[in-house]
Design a protein around this ligand. Structure first.
Ligand code: ADP
Ligand code: MG
Length: 576
């Protein structure tokens, strides 16, 4: 028989910690939010080994008396709300009173704090939820919290942490988001005492983005005017037309000073740009929305950044109208009527390229990722021609062709067929373990966000085996010295950004080479341009031949059908 017991507070806190602090960056988030809630004007964050060894958050906020400090470590102790009704109008970050006790239960935790009015401060040390000491401590007004040996009291959780670099990247991204969201507060972020960035307090937004997010990003955005509606105000920076990302990484949305994820806002922004950037990609934006806190629901999940609006449609419309107004006003700066995806080379390049009968190149417009020099393992010169018996009857629109087949009639989708051929040829290079690499005369340089940079570092061997040669030459700055033969230098930067984003999103898959190569090839193929209309008949037949030499001629790498066939019996049946 089981006995029901009340959990010891430490155990309850450790369980709560499982929700609140999933990784070091989550600890920093809670501490930062407390500092901001305490009215800090300056916040310093320092961390070691991705935050696993040590994290320090120091502020000049209002501090706590000794008794308040002790109370702050009790579960559900909060100075921020008193009544359930207050939950409807939360203007502060914290309100659950769970963070400090949770963190203190899974680490070595030292709190030093002093209100300006008190003659001295207090130091409280806790280890794994057990009070070690409380004593007087001389210090300037404010609060300093140090969290060391995160998860040592609960070793099972240690193994869920990623590499130091990945965890560090999450911390950097988080502090950047908060720094950009809080113009009135000066932020200093350090790793082992080395400065990563310092946000200039009260500087114009664009300058702050340059300091915090880096020069490249700052060059890709421009200031938008302020828009107002009753109860709402919108301001920020918008990406220049044509600039896009494969993920929402640079789609920063801030609501009432809180960096948030909002599907509604992300959707509204992406929609507004829909004619300016390729489908499936995201614009860049740093957007600040201010509104009555009663209209915003932040009480969604303690560790998530998701936010809901009481009136989602109103927010969505406001954003779309405002952003469209900006984009239309810029129209005369020469917005292309039909935007070419950023990853594609300028159209004339592809069209003028000489037609070379490279095995996977389809006609005079070489597919985006297969320069004519790309040597493919499945070369028609060496591979036996398949006796298919397909006879070309006619072209159908631009991207289809109709064939008479031994069984009946088939319609081929040229784009899908081309993608299958290309995909298998790239994959074959990987599995042959001899990717064809093209050294670059002039290396490409790329500045990466901390997270993609960390992913890159972890995946260097994989990328090398795929034909890339990366060299680090500064924090988050990389040089690309060589590319796989199937990747055009013009498209390399955009491709690498997308690839790293994909790798970050599917961490697990990329640990297994076969899945990694598969994803890499799919990504490459996905960008391949289909130009069926420019194929000569001979090239078209070559494509069909190549298709039927692949392992799965029936579908493209993403599962779309490459052709549909009606047998004579099918046709007879149709005639009834
Ligand atoms: P919550 O933020 O949800 O109230 P926390 O556990 O994060 O809960 O913090 C508990 C309390 O400790 C806060 O309500 C606040 O009164 C106090 N506190 C925490 N951090 C600070 C700080 N940096 N400066 C001043 N007071 C703080
Ligand atoms: Mg808090």
């Amino acid at each position: 028989m089981s006995t029901i017991r009340i959990l010891e507070p430490t155990v309850a806190n450790q369980i709560a910690a499982g929700e609140v602090v999933e990784r070091p960056a989550a600890v920093i988030k809670e501490l930062l939010e407390n500092s901001l809630d305490a009215g800090a004007r300056r916040v310093t964050v320092d961390f070691s080994r991705g935050g696993k060894a040590r994290m320090i958050v120091e502020d000049d906020g209002k501090g706590m008396t000794g008794d308040e400090a002790l109370l702050s470590l009790e579960r559900h102790a909060t100075s921020k709300i008193r009544l359930a009704a207050d939950l409807d109008r939360i203007a502060t970050f914290g309100f659950r009173g769970e963070a400090l006790p949770s963190i203190a239960s899974v680490a070595r935790f030292t709190l030093q704090t002093r209100p300006a009015a008190a003659p001295a401060g207090t130091e409280i040390a806790v280890n794994g939820g057990k009070l070690i000491h409380r004593r007087e401590h001389g210090m300037a007004p404010g609060t300093r919290i140090e969290v060391a040996n995160l998860f040592h009291p609960v070793p099972a959780r240690l193994k869920f942490l990623k590499s130091d670099e990945t965890e560090a990247a999450h911390i950097v991204r988080l502090v950047r988001l908060y720094a950009v969201a809080h113009p009135e507060v000066g932020f200093l972020l350090r790793e082992d005492g080395r400065e990563i960035f310092r946000s200039p307090g009260d500087a114009p937004l664009l300058d702050r983005v340059r300091e915090i997010w880096g020069r490249q990003v700052a060059e890709e955005v421009t200031l938008m005017p302020v828009f107002e509606r009753p109860g709402m105000r919108l301001s920020g920076l918008l990406g220049k037309p044509g600039v896009s990302r494969g993920t929402r990484q640079d789609l920063v949305t801030v609501v009432n000073g809180r960096p948030v994820d909002s599907r509604t806002m992300a959707f509204a922004l992406t929609e507004s740009y829909h004619t300016l950037i390729p489908k499936g990609r995201y614009p860049l934006a740093f957007v600040f929305l201010e509104m009555d806190p009663a209209w915003v629901d932040v009480n969604v999940h303690p560790s998530k950044r998701e936010v809901r609006f009481r009136d989602e449609a109103k927010v969505r419309n406001f954003l779309i109208e405002s952003v469209l107004a900006v984009l239309r006003a810029r129209g005369d700066e020469g917005l292309p009527a039909e935007t070419v995806p950023a990853v594609m080379p300028a159209a004339p390049m592809a069209v003028d390229a000489p037609s070379v009968s490279a095995p996977v190149s389809v006609g005079s417009a070489p597919p985006a990722y297969v320069p004519p020099s790309a040597p493919a393992p499945v070369s028609p010169a060496h591979a036996p021609a398949v006796r298919l018996g397909w006879r070309l009857l006619s072209r159908l629109r631009e991207e289809r062709a109709v064939f008479e087949t031994p069984a009946g009639l088939a319609v081929l989708d040229l784009g899908a067929a081309h993608q299958r051929v290309l995909y298998e040829s790239i994959l074959a290079q990987f599995t042959a373990q001899k990717p064809v690499s093209q050294p670059l005369l002039v290396p490409l340089s790329i500045e990466l966000e901390p997270l993609p940079a960390a992913v890159l570092k972890e995946r260097l061997p994989l990328l090398a085996s795929a034909g890339f040669d990366f060299e680090e030459y500064g924090r988050n700055f990389w040089r690309i010295q060589a590319l796989p033969a199937w990747l055009e230098p013009e498209q390399a930067l955009a491709f690498v950004r997308d690839l790293l984003a994909e790798m970050a999103r599917r961490e697990g898959d990329f640990g297994r080479p076969s899945l990694a190569y598969d994803a890499l090839a799919k990504l490459a193929v996905n960008k391949a341009r289909r130009k069926g209309d420019s194929l000569s008949d001979a090239e078209l037949m070559e494509l069909v031949q190549a298709l039927f030499r692949t392992a799965q001629p029936g579908t493209c790498p993403r599962g779309r059908r490459t052709y549909v066939e009606w047998t004579d019996a099918d046709l007879t049946r149709r005639f009834g």
